[in-house]
Design a protein around this ligand. Sequence first.
Ligand code: PHE
Length: 451
Amino acid sequence: MSVNTSGQFSSRIGFIMAAAGSAVGVGNIWGFPTQAATYGGGAFLLVYALLIVLLGYPMLMAELMVGRHGQTNPADSMAKLGSNALSRKIGKAIGFVSIITATLICTFYSILSGWFVSFALAPVAELTQQQSLSAWLTKFSVSRNLVFTLVFIALVILVIRQGVQQGIERWSKRLMPLLLIMLIAGAMYILSQPGAIEGLKALLVPDFTMVFHTDVLVSALGQTFFSLSVGTGAMMVYGAYLNKQENLAKLTAYVTLTDTSVAFLAALMIIPAMYVAQHNGVQIFAEDGSLLNSDTLVFTVLPALFDSIGGYSQYILAIVFFALMTIAGLTSAISIVEVPTSYIVEKSTISRNKATLLVGGVIAILASLIVFNFASLFGFIITMTTERAQPLIALGIAVFVGWVWHRNDLLKDIANQEGVDADSLFWRVWPVYVKFICPLLIIVIIMQLVN
Ligand code: PHE
């Protein structure tokens, strides 16, 4: 991420890297393939692709727009849209909920990313003949989960304190393309293996009876917002670092395209890999075809994939892949931690460094609670944040952008952008779309939960 001392991104590419870094993460490699495999493969893909276009892209732009307008933390940025005391209060409240949601997301996110760290170390242990260590690193246990969750949170704090600009931006610029190449190569390799075609079919041929299934819709909506980091204030914070001339339609399109391509590539590698693993005797599916241990599924499938390569290269590939995933997780976690941190820094006299430590400490405590009560809390927190809070916050943002934000102010921000014709069809439609269609779509999908 590239935020300089004056609080602006040093370059357009810096912003794209930061925003894409926030978007691309565990959600793409773990969340998307797991959900696609759970909810009928092709059916989920279809619904997800539609939701990305219909809600993900316009809402990501809305959130960035609010942040850029407010130039401050999410609570105050939302409040700034209000035209009277009441709407300002409600705006602040929505911003607040996003701060709490972001903090909670960071808890399970750190547990998941911690697994990527431990899986990056496991091949090192194996290469150095420490079999029991390697077994501990790859086997689900409270001790391992706790250690690596804390290690990951420590890494996040360390990177932020190091100065995000030189550290992570330089790294992710070079390394993220490598992740992309590995995904493409991985997909190509796995598709040449016996059993893969069945997986490809499951991924690409939609079961249309599943398409309008409540669970599919609600999960795909949650996954859409989670993957694009919408509805947590993270993109609002990044938007605040953006200057008024940047053309958000373009920037948002780059971020959405990058994120969606990585998710699809990951699914293209992981879902066929499940079928290959099953073909090779690893238990992936239960008798009835449902997934066994869906939370840890990706962590069974990926090592099986690397194992099948054999020789020394399997270790190297596994180390590189899991290390890259750790970095992808870091760039996302940084954007999440930024949400509560930006609020504390602006609202108190606490320094940035101390605020980061404080937020990291709170996240570490909450994440440990989840580690000790994994069965009851892990899935619960994920559902509550990604499938409930994120859509509701996004709804609040849509309503504020559409109904509360003074129309002339919004139009001014639109027209201010370089190379933008505010009278073009796109920019005339977008505000109306966010005003009517986005809230309606979100409400219709959330209402499925009540039925
Ligand atoms: N988008 C990130 C991912 O897919 C997670 C994230 C969610 C980041 C919310 C910021 C805010 O992994």
